[in-house]
Design a binder for this molecule. Structure first.
Ligand code: PLP
Length: 382
């Protein structure tokens, strides 16, 4: 099973099929009767129902890892992964531009357990090395940064970690396994918010931690104790969604590229951020690392565009947080994902009220281009 598309359909499916069922049935039961009192029972929180096991195998195949674990949300995946590799007194290093929930975990929760962190402004390996302390245990990053879609020097980061004996944890939500499989670059633990591209329909919350068996064993134990495990019905929905992951994400990559190129010339646009554009600062790195440039586009509106009329004139995109679904969504990150980021850091990163993040869905590219162009015209008052 060499292609991701084939693996997304066939990996992890029960053989023989249960009662011949082509779709994985839902085992909506909290516990299981068993004959061997000494064996680990199947129990809903232990992540070992038939739905969990099938999903874990499919996700391991898609992420190119030994194993995977599903969790109740992306944040449950991030917290379970980090709490399995960190101890009191440890320090971690991460880039400044992170999903707000992750940043809040670093700022508000981890210090209560004696874990400190340093955020680096620059993604060059030297910046990571300079931020290391004797107690640094983990390097954490996102593969495509939110919302301006920068791509860190991921290979350089793995080298720094290997040279210093540190664990590496990467949030690959924005790229999805279609565009990047970070375990193949040497990352130890890969997390996804499956609420986004993996689920793909804006109708479930889930997370994934994937990695080599030795790392995943600790994550399994931690997740079992924290309790953020995924309900079998959500497992079923995610399992079904994964079968269309490749076709959805490739289409979203293509439409995002069309939209980004079409809007670049509009007078209402100061800058379009998409890794496919020659103007993107990490375009060469993106080309070298990614199989696709991703379905996220960020627009920096020119000062001449009035923001409220622009949003009011958009008819197809919904104004909502989250990403990766079939519907195009638009947000202002200063009010959503980056609300809790220190305003001075936001300013330094260029995340202002004029930045509009677009999660490109599966609508026709021409329809979206027409809609955004019309909304920009409306914002300019034409
Ligand atoms: N990681 C990234 C990059 C995200 O954008 C989000 C949510 O927006 C999360 C993690 C958290 O995911 P969830 O809402 O599924 O907990």
């Amino acid at each position: 099973m060499s292609t991701l598309d084939t693996r997304s359909i066939h990996a992890g499916e029960p053989e023989p099929r249960i009662e011949g069922a082509v779709s994985m049935p839902v085992f909506q039961t909290a516990t299981y009767a068993h004959d061997d009192p000494g064996a680990t029972p199947r129990y809903i929180r232990y992540n070992n129902s038939p739905n969990h096991e099938a999903l874990h195998e499919k996700l391991a195949s898609l992420t190119r890892t030994d194993g995977a674990l599903v969790t109740a949300s992306g944040m449950a995946a991030i917290s379970s992964a980090l709490l399995s590799v960190l101890e009191a007194g440890d320090h971690l290093v991460a880039p400044q531009s992170l999903y707000g929930g992750t940043l809040a975990l670093f700022n508000d929760l981890l210090p209560r357990f004696g874990v400190t962190h340093t955020l680096v402004a620059d993604d060059a390996p030297d910046a990571w090395t300079s931020a290391l302390q004797p107690n640094t245990a983990v390097l954490f990053t996102e593969s495509i940064a939110n919302p301006l879609l920068g791509i860190p020097d991921l290979k350089g980061m793995v080298d720094v970690a290997k040279n210093h004996g540190l664990a590496t944890v990467i949030d690959n939500t924005f790229a999805s396994p279609v565009n990047l499989r970070p375990a193949t670059l040497g990352f130890d633990l890969v997390v996804h918010s499956a609420t986004k591209y993996l689920g793909g329909h804006s109708d479930l919350a889930a997370g994934v931690v994937a990695g080599a068996s030795a790392w995943l064993e600790d994550v399994r134990r931690t997740a079992k104790l924290l309790g953020g495990t995924l309900d079998p019905h959500a497992c079923f929905l995610l399992h079904r969604s994964l079968k269309t992951l490749g076709v959805r994400v490739r289409q979203q990559n293509a439409t995002a590229g069309h939209l980004a190129r079409a809007l670049t010339e509009h007078e209402g646009i100061e800058q379009v951020h998409h890794p496919s554009l020659p103007s993107h600062p990490n375009r060469d790195r993106a080309q070298a690392l990614l199989d696709g440039f991703g379905g996220m586009v960020s627009l920096r509106l020119s000062p001449a565009v009035e923001i409220d009329p622009f949003f009011e004139a958009l008819s197809l995109p919904l104004r909502a947080p989250s990403l990766g679904g079939v519907e195009t969504l638009v947000t202002q990150p200063i009010h959503t994902s980056h609300q809790d980021v220190d305003p001075s850091i936001r300013h330094a990163l260029g995340i202002t009220e004029r930045v509009v993040r677009v999660s490109v869905g599966l609508e026709g590219a021409g329809d979206l281009i027409e809609d955004f162009t019309g909304a920009l015209d409306a914002g300019l008052g034409d």
